[in-house]
Design a protein around this ligand. Structure first.
Ligand code: ATP
Ligand code: MG
Length: 418
């Protein structure tokens, strides 16, 4: 049996909503971990305790990806017998010293009792166990305010206790689902998956929207976006990816609008498709991977022209970052290797040779009026493909081996009509 103590930081700040946030985090943890078998998730004194019997390393890798978890510790079971507790404390402390190159100088024992049927109270247990460690390691000192290491002891009912020492870093942030749904525009590039991740960490639930210009853009670039969303599903219990056929829209813009305005108009039409879908998903904002000045379409003028087509707030979590910083994040969250596969998400036949750098909204709207917007958008929305990604353990431990990819069915395909 594994026992794991989960700590969450920001949740504690949420006052009256605290219960709601905790329950949501517990629901997410249950959903993620239930893929590994049965799991008990309970709340004890402002922490969450998990009990399961799955492989410990798999359990740890699942927990590392769940937003809302600040850090967690693997706990070891014992009884109420002080002798067995002290044996465990010494054993864990020795293991900790062996595993860590930088040796701690100070420590603290923190005891909590949810059952009062031990002869000693919490402080007495902490003092006694501190003494045991000092006997074994006289070079160490107790520091109650800022210790290098904390040993946790919890006394539970029915002659059970748990002891833990090390902390494993979690994602931090807020549980996914606590902030509402956003439509996250995802391309096959480096930036947009990072943008979606940032918003997930703030509790948003992204519904991914991808515009695919088949047959001008190949199947591989579609698969790349599916792989990206599959990877991002490690962070949230379920994901939805909507793939919108974009070729007819791009053809119409190329035929009817001024060449230099094309990119801005494509982007505006992406928002207009988003507008047609937002109610179905109760979306409250859009998310993009844009950063000021990164490319021609991302000057302040052009951002203003594109976002004028939206009625929802446009969230751009990467707006002030440079490419190197975004790349670092992409590596950290694990999307970089997928994003750099060489399958392009935009076709050169649709790109203007000299794009407008400083779009003027009135002129763009005037140019866009040459299109039959209602019909183009209705046709695109009518033909969307909707993929539901379930958080499956085989996705989480998916290897990028080619055979593996062919045998893998990471998503359930459903089509719904509007
Ligand atoms: P990325 O690396 O995310 O592709 P980028 O630097 O290549 O970004 P652009 O291609 O101009 O920049 O795209 C800016 C943003 O517009 C993207 O971050 C994404 O949110 C959205 N976007 C671009 N292309 C698509 C697409 N085909 N489908 C959905 N969203 C898109
Ligand atoms: Mg791109």
């Amino acid at each position: 049996m594994n026992y794991i103590v989960i700590r969450y930081s920001e949740l504690a700040l949420k006052g009256k909503n605290r219960n709601w946030f905790e329950n949501l985090l517990m629901k997410n943890i249950r959903k993620h971990l239930s893929q590994l078998g049965s799991v008990t998730v309970s709340k004890v004194y402002g922490r969450i305790i998990i009990e399961n019997e799955a492989q410990l390393d798999k359990t740890i890798s699942v927990l590392k990806y769940i937003p809302g978890i600040a850090n967690f510790s693997i706990a070891h079971p014992s009884t109420h017998e002080m002798e067995s507790i002290s044996e465990k404390v010494v054993e864990l402390f020795d293991d900790y010293l062996l595993e860590h190159k930088t040796k701690p100088k100070t420590f603290k024992i923190q005891t909590r009792r949810s059952s009062k049927d031990t002869p000693m109270n919490s402080q007495e247990i902490s003092a006694a166990m501190g003494g045991v460690i000092l006997d074994h390691h006289p070079e160490l000192k107790v520091d109650l305010h800022d210790p290098n290491v904390i040993v946790g002891i919890e006394i539970w009912a029915k002659n059970r206790s748990i002891i833990y020492i090390d902390k494993i870093q979690g994602q931090g942030g807020l549980p996914v689902g606590s902030a509402g749904t956003v439509i996250s525009f995802i391309s096959g590039g480096i930036d947009s998956p990072v943008a979606a991740w940032f918003m997930m960490k703030r509790g948003c639930t992204p519904v991914y929207l991808h515009f695919h210009s088949y047959p001008f853009i190949g199947e591989q670039s579609r698969q790349k976006v599916i792989d990206l969303v599959t990877h991002l599903s490690r962070y949230q219990p379920n994901s939805t990816l909507i793939i919108v056929p974009f070729a007819d829209i791009q053809k119409a813009v190329r035929e009817s609008c001024e060449e230099k305005n094309r990119t801005i108009i494509y982007r505006r039409l992406m928002y207009k498709v988003g507008e047609a879908l937002k109610r179905r998903y109760k979306a409250m904002a859009y998310v993009t991977g844009e950063a000021v000045g990164q490319v021609a379409s991302q000057t302040l003028e052009n951002l203003a022209c594109t976002e004028a087509a939206s009625t929802l707030p446009v969230l751009r979590p990467l707006i002030g970052m440079d490419k190197a910083e975004i790349t670092e994040w992409a590596k950290r969250i694990g999307t970089y290797e997928i994003s750099i596969q060489p399958f392009s998400d935009c076709c050169t036949v649709f790109q203007p040779r000299k794009p407008e750098i400083r779009g003027i909204p009135a002129k763009i709207v005037h140019d866009e009026k040459k299109l039959d917007l209602d019909e183009l958008i209705a046709a695109a929305v009518e033909n969307v493909e909707i993929l539901k990604m379930e958080t499956k353990v085989e996705n989480k431990f998916w290897s990028r081996n080619e055979d593996d990819r062919l045998n893998r069915h990471p998503y359930k395909k459903t089509r719904i009509s509007f």
